[in-house]
Design a protein around this ligand. Structure first.
Ligand SMILES: Cc1ncc(COP(=O)(O)O)c(C=O)c1O
Length: 365
């Protein structure tokens, strides 16, 4: 039996309209829409505090956040990264004038494999760009050791990892710098948006100039920047969404447990390895025993008007712009990518839908 409303892989959390309108009244009174406005500044303070870090530089989206980080450190040459990610990770490397070098992922965490990183280092390597895929922290300590020993920059695309903590500190405090996405589909969003984090105040100041065309003090350009400013509208959505983020995460935690319970005992399914509470419950990815079974499950769910999504497939290394990019063996990334799917997962999803999805999966595995 198919339902009328499709169940998609995710659904944006809508902030209470009246609370957003209240903030927008201030925008109207001030007639000040963008350019480091008061809501933007308030949002930066709030999102930094919620993550337990000193400062956040909010920008227009998570893609520009990565691009600005690479620019701020003037990254050229070879950048070692993962092919198991969203295109923005690698397109940012190319747009910075550097070259992505893809290495394999860990079979349990699906994050970049530190051993493969070490093997891929050449005299032209300048940086490692890790991705905390689905919000699961990379092996931050080993990557830090490798980066230090080899004098490389260590930058994280933490698009999925908002609010995650690992080993006693915010995920954004690891490495030289991190980016995050506040896109509408993320567990916390500003409609479109993103932010850069770095423990280095000079880097944060440089990113603030770069997001504003490269303007320094006294209306003088100090570098070649771009327009990556976050508007007051986006900041208003972010401020209101932040007020409810704890209950959003709690609902996701509940659904996550329910999925795990309903899929328990199916030995042929694999889940991402999470350590303790080091997750923000942003996604519910599952690896199937074969691509054939995965496709049959997707087909059956689609007939019930349920649409999981194949994240991340195809691998970036199999996509046209990166077909010529250098890479070592990507055996693990290839097998995970061909068999993984993210199941529908958002706070107001009915428990009956979780049950229906899990029952369907059980028919095939
Ligand atoms: C891993 C990763 N990096 C970067 C981005 C880009 O973020 P945005 O859509 O905010 O530009 C995404 C987007 O979802 C992502 O999944």
């Amino acid at each position: 039996m198919s339902r009328e409303e499709p169940v998609l892989v995710t659904k944006s959390t809508m902030p209470p309209l009246q609370e957003v309108v209240k903030l927008l009244e201030g925008v109207w009174e001030r007639a000040y829409l963008t350019n480091n406005g008061p809501l933007l500044q308030q949002f930066e303070r709030l999102i930094a505090a919620r993550n337990g870090v000193a400062d956040a530089v909010a920008v227009a989206n998570g893609t520009l956040a990565i691009e600005l980080l690479l620019e701020a450190f003037d990254i050229k040459g070879e950048v070692i990264t993962t092919p198991f990610t969203f295109p923005a990770t690698a397109t940012a490397i190319c747009r910075a004038g550097a070259e992505p070098v893809f290495v394999d992922i860990d079979p349990e965490t699906w994050n970049i494999d530190p051993q493969a990183v070490e093997r891929a280092i050449t005299p032209n390597t300048t940086a490692i760009l890790g991705v905390h895929v689905f919000g699961r922290p990379c092996d931050v300590r080993r990557l830090e050791r490798i980066a230090k020993t080899n004098h490389l920059r260590l930058i994280y695309d933490a698009a999925h990892a908002n609010f995650v903590r690992t080993q006693g500190k915010s995920i954004f405090e690891w490495g030289d710098a991190s980016s995050v996405s506040f896109h509408a589909t993320k567990l916390f969003h500003t409609s479109e948006g993103g932010a850069c984090f770095s423990p280095d105040p000079e880097i944060r100041a440089k990113i603030r100039r770069l997001r504003n065309f490269g303007y320094g003090a006294n209306a003088r350009l100090t570098e070649v920047g771009t327009n990556a400013k976050m508007m007051e509208f986006a900041a208003a959505v972010g401020i209101v969404n932040l007020r409810r983020v704890d209950s959003v995460i709690e609902s996701r935690r509940r659904l996550y447990r329910l999925y795990k319970e309903r899929l328990a005992g199916i030995d042929s399914l694999a889940f991402q390895k999470i350590d303790g509470d080091e997750t923000n419950f942003g996604y519910f990815p599952v690896v199937f025993p074969s691509e054939e079974i995965l496709l049959r499950v997707i087909q059956e769910l689609n007939q019930k008007n349920i649409f999981p999504r194949r994240y991340f497939w195809p691998l970036l290394s199999d996509m046209t712009p990166f077909a010529e990019a250098s890479s070592s063996s990507l055996a693990v990334a290839k097998t995970v990518s061909s068999r993984i799917v993210c199941l529908p997962f958002y706070p107001d999803m009915g428990e009956d839908v979780v049950g229906e999805i899990c029952d369907t999966i059980r028919q095939f595995v």
